[in-house]
Design a protein around this ligand. Structure first.
Ligand code: NAD
Ligand code: ZN
Length: 346
């Protein structure tokens, strides 16, 4: 799978398509991205007959009803296997488009054009597709890889600050699991990142994509190594779910999860105090942690007990063991989780 990363690089998409045997394009996007960038996308593919399907934006629209509406539209327009499906948007659009592409007529060719930082560094890579059902995130889905990803960092210019923070959560995660230099680079260039300096964004997107692509290529269907991508996610997911997915976005919850999990690693003697402080202060500078009550902690731990990574009823944690290095731990004492979440250490 090729990933083309650049600035104003959608002209390459036109070349890519003219070399394929595609007759039509079916673009799935959301209202925000449609208003901001559809003209730019269309000007890059102007030789093609295109259809556009526009979803309302937001996680609450990552639903079976919207998937069914897209199927209805595909059937109504007589879309066949000579049509290329194009996902144009953030992770919500990407996950749903991938699912539709993997299931309609047993699978159509498809490309991803991610437009948020989170989608560029994370959700567009790795082949996971799906939607939320009965309040459970990503409960229905499939593995289906796009044939290529076109990542244009100029889309990030219009991204709200909060969405930059969400993507940064995953960028910091890649640094902490695999590449301490990436962590340091992002930490030292926070002002450039938030002011959307394109060269700085290119650097962090490039490096993050390389890390995720490499891990995914060694564990395509998430049965082993990909577990390390869940650093910060055991506690992060529980915080997201605890607030019914409407207080913290995913990337924000991962930032919080990484803070508490770093403290657990410090308490276990896995890392030096100096490393802990460097990481904690960096994460704390973009998002403040929370003090949880005993009752809230019990609920959070109940949620963690249902984590898909768990083995034999043990809550599984990915914890740092050195700069840019993590291990998976299968038997962590509950008292330590409680101590971390109480937050009286920060
Ligand atoms: P999102 O798709 O909801 O996008 C966030 C907001 O930004 C939306 O309102 C969107 O309209 C807007 N937006 C998109 N591009 C923009 C741009 N260039 N300028 C201005 N606004 C823009 O959210 P997200 O953070 O991109 O993705 C979150 C989703 O990704 C979740 O559903 C999560 O489950 C999923 N996810 C999937 C994977 C995976 O491996 N498949 C990994 C991580 C997250
Ligand atoms: Zn994540």
């Amino acid at each position: 799978m090729n990933i083309y990363i650049g600035k104003n690089n959608l002209c390459n998409l036109g070349t890519y398509l003219s070399d394929s045997s595609i007759h039509r394009l079916y673009i799935i996007t959301d209202e925000t991205v449609n208003d901001l960038y559809m003209e730019y996308l269309k000007s890059s593919v102007d030789d093609f007959n295109t259809y556009v399907y526009i979803l309302p934006p937001g996680e609450e629209n990552k639903s079976i009803d919207n998937v069914l509406s897209i199927y209805d539209d595909l059937i109504g327009k007589g879309i066949d296997r000579k049509t290329l499906i194009l996902s144009f948007g953030g992770g919500v659009v990407g996950d749903m488009t991938g699912f539709v592409a993997s299931t309609y007529k047993r699978g159509l060719r498809y490309l991803q054009i991610p437009t948020t930082l989170l989608a560029q560094v994370d959700s567009s890579i790795g082949g996971k597709t799906g939607f939320d059902y009965k309040g459970i995130k990503n409960i229905i889905g499939s593995f289906y890889f796009p044939e290529a990803i076109f990542t244009d960092v100029t889309f990030l210019k219009s991204l709200p600050k909060r969405e930059i923070t969400c993507g940064l959560g995953e960028v910091f995660k890649y640094g902490l699991i695999e590449d301490y230099n990436l962590f340091q680079f992002a930490k030292d260039n926070l002002d450039y990142i938030y002011s959307k300096d394109l060269d700085t964004l290119m650097s962090i997107v490039d490096r993050s994509v390389a890390i995720k692509k490499n891990i995914v290529s060694r564990d395509r269907y998430d049965v082993g190594l990909r577990n390390i991508l869940n650093f910060g996610h055991t506690i992060g997911h529980s915080i997201e779910a605890f607030y019914d997915f409407n207080k913290f976005n995913h990337g924000e919850a991962v930032i919080l999860g990484m803070m508490y999990e770093f403290y657990m690693a410090l308490e276990l003697g896995l890392i030096e105090k100096e490393y802990f402080q460097e990481v904690f202060h960096t994460l704390n500078s973009i998002l403040s942690p929370i003090l949880f009550s005993q009752k809230e902690i019990e609920e959070l731990i109940d949620i963690m007990r249902n984590d898909k990574k768990n083995v034999d009823n043990n809550i599984v944690f990915v914890l740092p063991v050195d700069k840019g290095k993590v291990h998976v731990f299968y038997s962590i004492e509950e008292d330590l989780i409680v101590k971390a979440l109480k937050g009286d250490w920060f």
